[in-house]
Design a protein around this ligand. Sequence first.
Ligand SMILES: [Zn+2]
Length: 349
Amino acid sequence: MERIQCKLCVMDSSASEFKVDDDGVCNFCDQAQKSLDEIRSQRDNLTSMLEQIRKDGEGEEYDCLMGLSGGLDSSTTIDWAVKEGLRILCFTLDNSYNTPEADHNVKALVSKLGLEHITVTVDHDKYTKLQDAFFKAGVINCEIPTDHILMAVSLKLAKENGIKWILSGGNTISESIMPPSWGYNARDLTHIKDVFNTAYPDENLDDLPTCSIWMWNEYKHTYGIQTFYPLDYIEYNLEIAKAYLKDKYDWKDYGLKHEESIFTGWFQNKYLPEKFGIDKRKAHLSSLINARQLTKGEAKAILDSPKQGFEFPVVELDEKEIMTYPKLPHTEYLMETWYEDIAKIIKEK
Ligand SMILES: [Zn+2]
């Protein structure tokens, strides 16, 4: 079947949610514009946000915690935070899949900015088993292990160091579009455990940092830990940010969004397109088109250019075998959704 593409962006009917209006403009563009309007209208609040973060850090060693991947978003965020005079504890998750460029960027930023920096190393054998379990499960989102561990480590480190604010490089400019059907949230530990125990019934995840919804609730409500997204409050132009970082920190480019991880590079460029017909670059590039930082022609040229590299990075597992596992929806495994249902009801009220 011929795919229908949006007139403005490069999203198409490969996403099940995709719809176009009478002018040929898709629902993702519509949503992206709403999100961009929303962040523009909140920018005046930056000063008061900063005041609050500094106030919450009074009497403590740090004002905020930040995970530094060496990617463009987190590098830009940390540079901004240091300029604002925030006292930052930063950490990098080492799951063995950071690109040499990302490692270089982390080192350069940490040394030039004189940051307090922790490297959190993940138990490689158990982590590989968890990845294997997600492949065997046949579900779309095999990035859940990394995303979940990152969240669990962030909250734990924040609590241990009396930190109330976690800074995130997440931002609307480059992330306004992502179809829900192309993933599943990484917060659901019940889901993660069920996927893991389906493949490894006699083992547990005690060696890895995890966070149940109950713990998450405690971090958020008992300890008052919150997340702040500075890039939504400042002018964030990706090309300008890259040039600035290269000049100031000898920062090295690693490719498109999220490709600072060799696992994610493979996952987004080979696994998802070949197994599920999903090309997440369409969503990333369409976000940039909506933010007026890329033309549709430029986006199409990127999508049409041959992909290079992206070899399967998990030496313990077999790529060919992984590609033959059956495909199954996340709903085949246990899910804990009550908290999202409640959040939705509150939002709709
Ligand atoms: Zn569109």
